[in-house]
Design a protein around this ligand. Structure first.
Ligand SMILES: Cc1cc2nc3c(=O)[nH]c(=O)nc-3n(C[C@H](O)[C@H](O)[C@H](O)COP(=O)(O)OP(=O)(O)OC[C@H]3O[C@@H](n4cnc5c(N)ncnc54)[C@H](O)[C@@H]3O)c2cc1C
Length: 414
């Protein structure tokens, strides 16, 4: 088998990929496998989704979308992509609280890794989950609801509990958003006014290559029902009058509409349009979620490393995520600031500089994004999760035979 992830930097080691069309078919595969993993839309960059023997793609599983207006909830197949759900919700006047930079990812795959967008008051995408249906290794379908024992450990699961066949998410009435971009945000402003900057709109992203004199882009998403009074000057940065891709060499048509034009949340909260390739494609990503209290120190530390990282970097993004209670969430127990790196697709080169970056960030409590490339050579990451022991117990309870325990999970729980 020669099957790769979306970015093409990882070749799956599994013997085969099965494509079940029903939960019964999925159950048969899981029961007969001995060792198996759910494969979502393949947007993670490491061996997290891999298995020695069998991968079951969730793309063909039932994709019905059921909205419960009275409960403000939607229940959806785990393999459904955010872009498809967003269109459906918007068409009947409902919305999610946030999206990641791309709408192409599967819902169950995204929540399994604590995928997030930006916004001081926005939890990651997993925080919208109020219920899960999980197919366990013994073939049983288990329903878990918010508030029940184990639920907080089961949402960001790394795929280790079983296959999530259905997810129930909180929804809210639809809202409009506009995007405005500002160029040349002085580093002094980022350092001195960080909280003011990131709290200035519903969602704020800063794009930089760290080596430049000023942050090249501040990308604001403002809600129509919560207007800001930001004019053409944003902490010293200037409002742009032409649309931009965050990677200067890429086609701006791939990005969602900018220049202050209001439109539905479903067409604005992601950076990239559903119809086009997100980001670059030929790339590797890493991201470290720093406790908010250490964010400015972390930013200063990465700037010091600019000469080391800039040659391999396409672009970096700084985002904020609200604290939550999900055991394996990168924002567990703390507001967090994501320092994201879109690298060139040079695996060796990236792995050569990550130790330097991690030596600066991990001591500040930075938690690597589960789905992106990190090394953690010193093995400090498990210690950054106070509920890891409880998660280990939950994995044993759900999957005593270790059917879903791939190499990634085995390393983490060793
Ligand atoms: C271009 C690009 C942009 C990105 N932007 C962002 C971003 O803005 N924010 C962010 O936080 N991350 C981002 N990511 C990372 C991405 O969101 C995560 O890697 C996410 O986990 C990918 O979901 P997937 O469905 O592709 O999962 P996969 O890579 O297929 O799988 C990831 C994990 O989820 C598990 N899984 C998948 N489906 C199920 C299921 N049904 N039941 C149980 N477990 C399951 C897999 O076993 C595996 O452990 C980006 C990635 C790319 C390629």
């Amino acid at each position: 088998m020669d099957e790769k992830n979306w970015a093409g930097n990882y070749t799956y080691r599994a013997e085969r990929i099965a494509h079940p069309r029903s939960v019964d078919e999925l159950r048969e595969l899981v029961l007969g496998a001995g060792s198996v993993r759910a494969l979502g839309s393949r947007h993670s960059f490491n061996d997290l989704a891999d298995d020695d023997r069998l991968l079951v793609s969730t793309a063909g599983l039932p994709s019905a979308i059921r909205i419960d207006e009275a409960a403000s909830q939607v229940t959806v197949g785990g393999g459904v992509r955010y872009g498809d759900l967003a269109r459906e919700l918007q068409s009947v006047g409902w919305a999610l609280h946030n999206l990641a930079s791309l709408p192409h990812i599967s819902i169950a795959g995204a929540i399994a890794t604590a995928t997030h967008g930006s916004g001081d008051r926005n939890g990651n995408l997993a925080t919208a989950v109020s219920g899960l249906r999980i197919l366990r290794a013994d073939g049983e379908l288990v329903d878990l609801h918010r508030g029940e024992p184990g639920f907080d450990g089961a949402v960001v699961s790394l795929g280790a509990l079983g296959v999530v066949t259905e997810v129930t998410l909180d929804i809210r009435p639809t809202y409009d958003v506009r995007q405005r971009l500002f160029g040349g945000l002085p580093w002094d402003a980022v350092i001195d006014r960080f909280d003011d900057i990131t709290s200035s709109a519903y969602s704020v992203s800063l794009f930089t290559d760290w080596a430049e004199d000023a942050v090249s882009l501040a990308w604001l998403k403002e809600r129509a029902d919560d207007p800001t009074d930001i004019g053409d000057d944003f902490f010293g940065a200037t409002a742009l009058t032409e649309a931009r891709h965050m990677i200067a060499t890429m086609d701006v048509r791939n990005t969602t509409e900018q220049l202050g034009v209001f439109g539905p949340w479903s067409d604005r909260l992601a950076h990239f349009r559903f119809e086009f390739t997100p980001s670059n494609g030929a790339e590797i990503q890493s991201e470290y979620l720093v406790p908010r209290a250490n964010a400015v120190e972390a930013i200063k530390a990465v700037r010091e490393l600019a000469p080391v990282i800039a040659p391999l970097l396409q672009i970096s993004e700084i985002r904020t995520v609200a604290a939550d209670d999900l055991w394996l969430s990168s924002a567990y127990g703390t507001d967090a600031v994501g320092l994201h790196f879109t690298w060139l697709r040079d695996q060796e080169g990236v792995e050569a500089i990550l130790p330097v970056l991690e030596a600066a960030l991990l001591p500040l409590g930075a938690r690597p994004h589960w789905g992106k490339v990190y090394l953690d050579a010193a093995g400090v990451v498990p210690g950054l999760y106070p509920r890891l022991d409880a998660f280990r117990d939950l994995v044993t309870e759900f999957d005593p035979t270790g059917t879903f325990r791939n190499a990634f999970v085995a390393r983490l729980l060793a």
